[in-house]
Design a protein around this ligand. Sequence first.
Ligand code: PLP
Length: 364
Amino acid sequence: HYNFCAGPAALPTTVLERARDELLDYHGSGVSVMEMSHRGEAFVSIAERAEADLRELLAIPDNYRVLFTQGGASLQFAALPYNLLGAGGRANFLHTGIWGKKAISEARHLFGDVHVAASSEENGHSAVPRQEDIVLSEDAAYLHYTANETIGGLEFDYIPEAIRPDGTPVPLVCDMSSTILSGPLDVSRFGVIYAGAQKNIGPAGLVMVIVRDDLLDQARDDMPTLFSYKALSEAGSMVNTPATYSWYLAGLVFNWLKGGIGGLTAMDAINSRKAARLYAAIDDSALYANPITLRNRSRMNVPFVLADPRLDSLFLEEAEAAGLLNLKGHRSVGGMRASLYNAVPEAAVAALIDFMADFEKRRG
Ligand code: PLP
């Protein structure tokens, strides 16, 4: 079977096998990782190794803190303005789809006024705003954007500059839930990077936050302690009991990326090949279509529609029978979506393309 789920998504088979082998008795400790004290030597070493491997993979500079926190990426929609609006000003946003919109709505809900610095609403979220179309407010405290819209299949092909009209740079904040670790990244361009784990990292619930250390002092003082990047950082992400098992699994995934794949440059090449092959198959067919501007087509989430939507349920039924799972598009947009995260092998894409061609020949 191949799993194209948008999230929680496929994990590397070798990672799941190792987790299975270590499930009941972790390295002769007599207990499962799930049963260990988070402050004990065994878990602390798991936690430290995971962070070290992530730092190595992404070449995270020393002036950035890495937090392993909880509550999903959605909790960060609230935690971010609390952490960054301590000195006043407004949150600024790029609106490129459903996830960007949710981040905007949460900041607005909590703090009233926000500024949308650019939006792709006018083009139906088929192309991201260009740098010259981004206009921050004079009182911008930071600029938030969504690197990849998981539902729309719209991905930034560049890292935006976050500069107020008066020329002052402000921190760039990015939701990388569905692209983190898909390739190399210049972390130094960002103030905060965050990502829910359930696509390219590990089990749902866990969230990675990578924050530049000078931003730890920008927080409002009226927020829940568990939102606080400073509190989390000072406590090594152990303000309370962390999601220990998810943290451990994330570590296994980082280890797989390093050893099994050979790092993010190698991962990047694989991801480009997978996406290019699937988009080529879509573009070459008369039955399937994807509406996104070429330069902004997502490598991780490939939505497509069938020319005749009455074939949708048959397509899904036959795909599942062929072992191609979870191809149904998001309930808000319909159609199909193939998510090609890191753990989806090239063979899965080949199998999907073969199935699509065969289906078109028989039913198209
Ligand atoms: N941001 C993006 C880009 C997502 O794809 C998702 C979820 O799929 C979220 C945020 C929300 O993540 P969570 O469900 O972990 O809150």
